[in-house]
Write a protein that binds this ligand. Structure first.
Ligand code: F6P
Length: 324
């Protein structure tokens, strides 16, 4: 392994820059040449490679987003696209890849390895925390804290105006952001795809809250993947059953993807970036570097992508008990 390339792919996540820095400096430490690929698989296909040095990753550890930019490439899903990408990898004499991304990015890397034998070590980079093989993914902690900050602010209005707020948070099919920000924000209800919810249950909890505790304001956190529907749909249903409630809906959206990474995400990005380089040097391929119980572990892409990381549903019970 003489020359490696690093790229970020899929949704950006705070901490990606810390990880790029660690890959570049870790690679240089081990005597490798390190290239950056701009815009993930799209840049790989187009030959958008740039030689990285230590100075190029100065002053980025504290920045959100990704200096290498990111994209979701449709072309890489095709055989023709991957062939073009391989020609570029060959032309640039790249021996191994570090892919900082999520599910879709690792699926692409797995196919690419099967077709062309280019070894990739992945770093779990997504705010969704939905990858098996790591306790936390890069960006999750920052996203939760961003959501929490917003929830705290919304609670001021909820309380001042005696309102019920339905707040939708990101997570695609996963309720991790919802559960942690919901508990931290003292939500009365947290709705996640991992736990079956009913309209009747939500209506009853909110009716009960106003009846028995005379609570004048409530916060309901809805994960974007919630099976009953989005925050608007659920809020409309509740309004039709409890018309006396003053209801508002807020979708936190992409605010959760940006901003300065927390200390936890900077540490995670730094550790996983170095682990990815070391993994390539050790001859690993098609694995994702993650941290389990504070130790670096490498999980085959197949497991990271296809095994479901369970959400601890005791946490839902915790929400229910603490909201009485
Ligand atoms: O995977 C990260 C994520 O932010 C999800 O939570 C969300 O479903 C999706 O990406 C949004 O993607 P885009 O920015 O492409 O709309």
């Amino acid at each position: 392994m003489k020359r490696i390339a690093v790229f970020t792919s899929g949704g950006d996540a705070p901490g990606m820059n810390a990880c790029i820095r660690a890959v570049v400096r870790g690679g240089i430490y081990y005597g490798l040449e390190v290239y950056g690929i701009i815009r993930g698989y799209k840049g790989m296909i187009e030959g958008d490679f740039i030689k990285m040095d230590s100075k190029m990753v100065s002053n980025i550890i504290q920045r959100g987003g990704t200096i290498l930019k990111s994209a979701r490439s449709e072309e890489f899903r095709t055989k023709v696209g991957r062939e073009k990408a391989y020609q570029q990898i060959k032309a640039h004499h790249i021996d191994g890849l570090v892919c900082i991304g999520g599910n879709g990015s690792f699926t692409g890397a797995e196919i690419f390895y099967q077709e062309y034998g280019v070894p990739t070590v992945g770093v779990a980079g997504t705010i969704d925390n939905d990858l098996y093989g790591t306790d936390y993914t890069l960006g999750y902690d920052t996203a939760v804290n961003t959501a929490l900050d917003a929830i705290d602010k919304i609670r001021d209005t909820a309380d001042s105006h005696d309102r019920v707020f339905f707040i939708e948070v990101m997570g695609r099919d996963s309720g991790y952001i919802a559960i942690q920000s919901g508990i931290g924000g003292g939500a009365e209800i947290v709705m996640v795809p991992e736990n079956p919810d009913t309209f009747e249950g939500v209506v009853e909890t909110l009716a009960q809250a106003t009846r028995s505790t005379r609570r004048s304001s409530s916060i309901v956190i809805v994960a974007e993947g919630e099976e009953l529907g989005n925050a608007h749909t659920i809020a409309e249903h509740v309004k039709s059953k409890l018309p006396y409630l003053d209801i508002r809906v807020t979708n936190l959206g992409h605010i959760q993807r940006g901003g300065k990474p927390t200390a936890i995400d900077r540490l995670l990005g730094s550790r996983l970036g170095l682990a990815a380089v070391e993994g390539l040097i050790e001859g690993r391929a098609c694995v994702m570097a993650g941290i389990v119980n504070d130790k670096v572990v490498y999980t085959p892409f197949g497991d990271a992508i296809r095994k479901k990381k369970p959400l601890n549903t005791d946490l839902i019970k915790l929400v229910n008990i603490l909201s009485i």
